[in-house]
Ligand binder design. Structure first.
Ligand SMILES: NC(=O)c1ccc[n+]([C@@H]2O[C@H](COP(=O)([O-])OP(=O)(O)OC[C@H]3O[C@@H](n4cnc5c(N)ncnc54)[C@H](O)[C@@H]3O)[C@@H](O)[C@H]2O)c1
Length: 259
């Protein structure tokens, strides 16, 4: 008889989960879904008002959620947040390290090095600081699972966003190496590589709807994704349904990198 949980709604009850960048876009959708699956979700964002609003919506729908102010570029803030979660909720089992930023489309030589630092500060160091504090907490809790948000830009390059792509390639390298470090210790670490998803990050970067149309054209499914289409994948990757998966990069890009 199979011991596999039914694919569909994974059971995350009794799990405490930290989601970064939870105030908008992919993080907000994932936080809602993880709570729907029974997890207690702590929504962290540098924009507290946005994560409070999402947490309130989750609670209104019967979920367990709270919001905290967190800038993932500050190592000590991440450490304090993890310590507080352990104290208030008894442990940390799951994390979706999703906070990320992009910059304006510029060729490599046109980019201000300070801008490259800003992008690496959130996209790479934010994930590094997060895992640096989350993993010891998960080891104290008897194991855990982490999903880091990379991007198709972590697998291939793209015109005008070299530092973004480099930061996401770094997330992929960090994810695979952390999987190697902690595989025997019961902490799984995987990365999600979304293609184009309709969020502020994408629409701010694309000039207008005609640029979205162009993305639709070059995507085999003929459209970009909605944030909710990432949430179920994250839930599955954090659940025991994916118990033998670690160090993997899961693309969800409508076929963009397949052709
Ligand atoms: N939208 C896409 O097409 C797309 C594609 C591939 C990967 N991604 C990745 O998905 C993740 C989520 O992006 P999104 O599209 O939902 O963007 P979004 O802008 O809608 O949401 C990002 C959230 O992260 C928060 N954030 C930014 N910097 C932070 C910091 N220093 N500390 C804490 N929170 C911070 C923002 O306040 C915001 O709420 C990012 O890592 C992004 O790189 C997005």
């Amino acid at each position: 008889m199979s011991h596999l949980p039914l694919i569909g709604h994974p059971d995350l009850s009794a799990k405490v989960c930290l989601v970064t960048g939870a105030g908008a876009g992919i993080g907000a959708s994932a936080a809602q879904y993880l709570a729907d699956c029974g997890a207690t979700v702590i929504l962290a964002d540098r924009d507290l008002a946005s994560s409070v609003a999402v947490a309130e919506r989750i609670v209104d729908r019967g979920g367990e959620a709270s919001a905290i102010l967190l800038d993932v570029t500050v190592d000590s803030e991440v450490g304090d947040a993890v310590e507080r979660i352990e104290r208030e909720y008894g442990g940390l089992h799951l994390a979706f390290n999703n906070a990320g930023v992009n910059g304006p489309a510029l060729m490599l030589h046109e980019q201000d090095p300070k801008e490259v630092d800003r992008i690496f500060g959130v996209n790479f160091f934010g994930v590094y600081y997060s895992m640096r504090h989350q993993i010891p907490a998960m080891l104290r809790a008897g194991g855990g699972a982490i999903v880091n948000t990379a991007s198709v830009g972590g697998i291939i390059g793209a015109q005008g966003i070299s530092s973004y792509c480099a930061s996401k390639h770094a997330v992929v390298g960090l994810t695979k190496s952390a999987a190697a470090d902690y595989g025997r210790l019961g902490v799984r670490v995987n990365a999600l590589a979304p293609g184009s998803v309709r969020t502020t990050l994408l629409t701010d970067w694309l000039d207008d709807e005609s640029a979205v149309e162009k993305m639709n054209e070059v995507t085999p499914q003929g459209r970009i994704a909605e944030p909710d289409e990432m949430a179920g994948i994250v839930g599955w990757m954090l659940s025991d349904a994916s118990s033998f998966m670690t160090g993997s990069v899961v693309t969800a890009d409508g076929g963009f990198t397949a052709v």
